[in-house]
Design a protein around this ligand. Structure first.
Ligand code: ADP
Ligand code: MG
Length: 728
């Protein structure tokens, strides 16, 4: 029988680009076709309903019941006109995916037939039987009630033939069970806190909005090859596989010509995105072979995050049409770059000012410094929490592991800004007053292009970088819900801005001018948060030591990193900003530990199975061939001619050692899993998996990868790295 591996390699190799149905119209014509946006609302809703809905959205107010009924009626008509047959509340539970339960529109018509109905009640609130979603013990199963409620700030959309209504997901007692609820709370909180500070520079400011532009990295693998790798199918990453002789060392993939099959996929995906109102804009090859990136134009954070959640599922579907599987795992392949999801984040006023953008005037620059320095202070105080917000079993392979950036949060500012910060830091109060009094704050900040160059070209090693008019949180994992990072960051910044405003007010109350008060406060913050600022090489070993000296959080154990959510500083911060209660924090950590354990558990099982049932049988078969060979050599040349048989017996010995270690390690891993599974506490269990189970997996992999190099290529059962990474 021809081996599965060679069959799938052959299939993958002969695949051609699939045709893409390109709409005859320009993108502006079909953009948002499947979104119930303001244009559709205007078309399908009575004038007063349209007004009431827009006003509720703009002023973040709840919708009146009669209005909801009228909206539902119009939304249904639009949905039916566009081929919808079902509707669903679409929400983001803590499983890191989206959830939906579809209902069709049909109801009895009382005459033996059906009619298609939808009303305000169904639109606004539902009670999905959601007992099986993770909730960290908040909802007991017998009381399996969770509510989903429409988030009117994110428009409904149609996928396939289902009308999807973005909703929050909360427990019967009001605790959040999703990412959207706390994200909305955090955005609200930073809006209030930042508006109060922004008013010091422009009294007309009424709101501050948070913007998010994510960059989604991913790998593509041919579907035939994928189907022959149980580890990819079940865990999203390769649990074994020796490095390919060629991988990314020539750097010939990054920004290189996009392969034709991939380009067809990207085009198809882009068209789908545009129909769904997702402003996909940039596409290119990434550093590793078969790694790519997609980035949209940035949007308000809540919508941007919905769009990211949506795109992850759309990508998977479009990839299938092109006989690819998309890998969103942070580290699908050892030894080459992993995938992240840079979160470009900024704050902007309703008057159109980006608060992290340097300006030309004295006021602009003071505003810029105020907001930037407050971000530094917030990230400094909560560096451990921010790390926890991006950490997961999967992202752990990308951060903190051997060939990856360290799991330490620092901020890159670029030499120009760094120079200014240093100057302020070393100024006396008198000098600051002098600086404040001068008509032009001589900050030399008008050369924005230079700042951009300075920041965006260099230093890709920083987990959190200033890039001209925004910050780029780069530690976020490719498969993550950006919500987690955005919740922690925006809440931390909100808290810091509240503290800042209070401190400035106090200084002003004691007689200082506003400018003096602000500069003195900035001065203090620069000094106290200095440790977070690092412009050097974040991947170097020296940085790990330096960061520890500076008192930054250097913990690398994922279960321990999650503890940061329950530190007093975090609990206080989340309470002040109204984002999480202590109960919610505790419950969510339970879920995080549980998810960690489950992911490692699944990987450990898959690895054990592959080792025992795929690899060892082949290795022993090969071992027998070699043994046969030695026996025959001895018959022909005599037992004394060890000079002729030495290399073979040496191979047999090595092979046997690897096989033995693998067997022993798999058995030990199973034992350690049993011990861990008996632990009651989710935290202890996760720790046991991290400390006891993961090391076995590393050892097993090491020996399997050695076997891969020794065993006859014709016999090796699983597609190799070179096949997974270079066939496209
Ligand atoms: P790079 O790879 O150089 O970081 P990309 O063009 O891939 O740049 O991605 C930049 C992302 O940042 C895009 O999504 C873009 O829309 C977003 N972005 C640009 N300006 C802002 C801003 N002020 N706030 C938030 N996101 C922004
Ligand atoms: Mg970027």
């Amino acid at each position: 029988m021809e081996s599965l591996r060679f069959k799938v390699v052959d299939e993958a190799f002969n695949r051609k680009a699939d045709p893409v149905e390109i709409p005859s119209e320009r993108p502006e014509k079909y953009y948002g076709k499947y979104v119930f946006n303001r244009q559709k609302m205007f078309e399908y809703l009575p004038a007063d309903t349209y007004q009431a809905l827009c006003s509720a959205i703009d002023n973040k107010q709840p919708l009146q019941r009669e209005v909801a009924d009228s909206v539902a009626e119009g939304m249904k008509r639009w949905a039916l006109d566009n081929g919808a047959r079902h509707y669903t509340h679409w929400f983001q539970p803590l499983t890191e995916t989206t959830a939906e339960k579809h209902d069709s529109f049909i109801e009895h018509d009382g005459k033996g037939g059906v009619i298609e109905c939808f009303n305000g009640k169904l639109l606004v609130q539902q009670e999905p039987d959601a007992s099986s979603f993770p909730n960290g013990g908040i909802r007991n199963t017998f009381e399996a009630r969770g509510y989903s409620a429409w988030d009117i700030s994110s428009p409904a959309f149609i996928i396939g033939n289902t009308l999807c209504i973005p909703t929050i997901f909360i427990s019967y007692t009001g605790e959040s069970l999703d990412y959207k609820t706390p994200l909305l709370r955090a955005l609200n909180s930073v809006d209030k806190a930042a508006t109060a500070v922004a008013k010091m520079f422009d009294p007309d400011v009424e709101h501050v909005r948070t913007y998010l532009g994510w960059e989604q990295e991913y790998f593509l693998v041919d579907e035939s090859l994928y189907s022959a790798r149980p580890d990819l199918m079940l865990t999203g990453r390769t649990l074994m596989g020796h490095e390919s002789a060629k991988n990314q060392q020539l750097e010939d993939h990054y920004f290189g010509a996009i392969p034709s099959r991939v380009e067809a996929f990207m085009l198809d995906l882009e068209i789908e995105c545009h129909k769904l109102g997702i402003p996909a804009k940039t596409r290119h090859n990434e550093v590793a072979p078969n790694q790519f990136e997609l980035a949209p134009v940035f949007e308000e954070a809540n919508l941007a995050n919905d769009h990211n959640q949506l795109i992850m599922s759309v990508m998977a579907e479009v990839a299938r049409r092109h006989h690819f599987r998309v890998l969103l795992h942070e580290k699908p392949f050892a030894g080459i770059n992993g995938s992240g999801k840079h979160n470009n984040w900024s704050l902007g006023t309703d008057k159109g000012t980006l608060l992290f953008a340097p300006g030309r005037s004295h006021t602009d620059n003071l505003r810029f410094l105020t907001f930037t320095v407050n971000v530094m202070a917030a990230v400094h105080r909560h560096n451990a929490l921010l790390k926890a917000s991006i950490m997961s079993a999967t992202n752990a392979h990308r951060l903190g592991a051997n060939e990856a950036p360290p799991a330490i949060i620092s901020i890159f500012m670029g030499s120009q800004i760094a120079g200014i910060l240093e100057r302020i830091e070393h100024s006396t109060n008198a000098e600051l007053t002098n600086l404040a009094a001068r008509k032009e704050l001589e900050l030399n900040l008008s050369q924005i292009p230079e700042i951009m160059r300075d920041n965006t070209d260099r230093n890709r090693t920083s987990p959190f970088a200033f890039t001209g008019n925004r910050f780029e949180f780069r530690a976020v994992g490719s498969s993550a819900n950006c919500g987690a990072a955005m919740i922690a960051l925006n809440a931390a910044v909100a808290e810091q801005l509240i503290l800042f405003k209070k401190a400035v007010d106090e200084r002003m109350a004691s007689g200082l001018s506003q400018n003096d008060a602000i500069l003195e406060e900035i001065h203090i913050l620069i000094k106290s948060s200095k440790a977070i600022h690092f412009d050097g090489n974040g991947y170097s070993d020296e940085w790990k030591e330096e960061a520890a000296r500076r008192g930054l959080d250097c913990e690398t154990s994922v279960p321990l990193i999650f503890d940061a959510y329950q530190r007093k500083s975090s609990v206080d911060m989340f309470r002040t900003t109204g984002v999480f209660s202590e109960v919610e924090l505790a419950a969510r950590n339970e879920v995080k530990w549980e998810m960690y354990t489950k992911k490692v558990q699944i990987e450990a099982r898959v690895l054990g199975d592959l080792a025992i049932n795929h690899v060892i049988p082949v290795a022993t078969q090969y071992q027998s061939i070699l043994l046969d060979n030695v026996l025959k050599m001895r018959q022909v040349f005599g037992i004394d001619r060890t000079d002729l048989t030495a290399s073979v017996t040496d191979s047999i010995e090595k092979l046997t050692q690897h096989i033995t270690v693998i067997r022993e390690e798999v058995a030990a891993m199973v034992d350690d899993r049993r011990v861990a599974n008996r632990l009651e506490s989710e935290r202890e269990k996760a720790l046991a998996y991290h400390d006891r189970v993961v090391p076995h997996m590393d050892t097993i992999r090491y020996h399997i990868d050695k076997l891969e190099l020794m065993v006859d290529n014709e016999m090796w059962p699983l597609p190799k790295y070179r096949e997974l990474l270079f066939i496209r």
